[in-house]
Design a protein around this ligand. Structure first.
Ligand SMILES: [Zn+2]
Length: 250
């Protein structure tokens, strides 16, 4: 049994050369998941797997830096010959299908259903694909947003998506072997709890008893290296920066 995370993109809020927005590939013996369809990640996904064979797509929230490449995926699946054998389940907040459909000028998203099977998330939602279990937890953001707990063969990956500080974050990551956590902002604006500082990410990891912290989604006011150093100081445990193309075996 194995659980492997491949980092496809880490940028926030826009892609840069060699750096896509948020996206990850999760692999087990019998399942393959694309976590986050951030701008640029559909191209990166194809370096590592056949997108038509994905078991599932999981979307944390509907901001463009986490969803824009659903449009690229739809074009590939519907018109590009990368046709999946059955519509691929897309676990996402309510209203996700309407986004690519509206971009294509179609208010009714039903036409997407030939290749993408949208299924709305809720707090505690669980999905099973082969030996992979995906559990979603509602977190704090400025739109409906979820974190993910992915489990296979006793190994656990926790992923924050985009979140402000909240008790559910530590619950999500409880005992996780790897905690993939955003550190988007240098400091909180007064009264705003939309993202995490590096210290927030570092504090959530020991609160959860996580084994290792992987820092991602570092925003433009921070550098990934210094954000990781700050998170490591708050965590006091093994901490790394998420890098495009890196493969983490849990
Ligand atoms: Zn984001």
């Amino acid at each position: 049994m194995s659980l492997t995370l491949t980092v496809l993109g880490t940028a926030s809020p826009h892609p840069a050369p060699g750096r896509s927005c948020s996206g990850h590939l999760l692999r087990t013996e019998s399942a393959t998941g694309w976590l986050g369809a951030g701008t640029g990640t559909f191209a990166e996904l194809q370096r590592h797997t056949d997108p038509a064979r994905l078991s599932a797509i999981w979307i944390s929230h509907l901001h463009a830096d986490h969803t824009a490449d659903l449009l690229a995926a739809f074009y590939a699946f519907a018109y590009g010959g990368l046709t999946p054998p059955a519509p691929i389940p897309v676990y996402a907040p309510q209203g996700c299908a309407e986004r690519p459909a509206a971009f294509l000028g179609r208010p009714d998203p039903g036409f997407l259903g030939g290749v993408l099977d949208f299924r709305p998330l809720s707090d505690g939602h669980t999905a099973h694909h082969g030996d992979l279990v995906l559990t979603s937890r509602a977190l704090t953001h400025d739109v409906e947003a979820y974190g993910l707990r992915a489990e296979s063969g006793g190994r656990v990956l926790a992923y924050s998506g985009d979140s402000g500080p909240c008790p559910a974050l530590a619950e999500l990551a409880r005992g996780a072997d790897l905690f993939l956590c955003e550190a988007d902002i240098d400091a909180h604006r007064e009264g705003e709890q939309v993202h995490l500082t590096p210290e927030d990410a570092g504090a959530a990891a020991p609160a959860a008893g996580a084994g290792e912290l992987l820092v991602t989604h570092v925003g433009p006011t921070l550098a990934p290296e210094s954000a990781t150093a700050r998170a490591a100081a708050a965590f006091g445990g093994p901490t790394r920066t998420a890098r495009e193309g890196a493969v983490h075996r849990l």
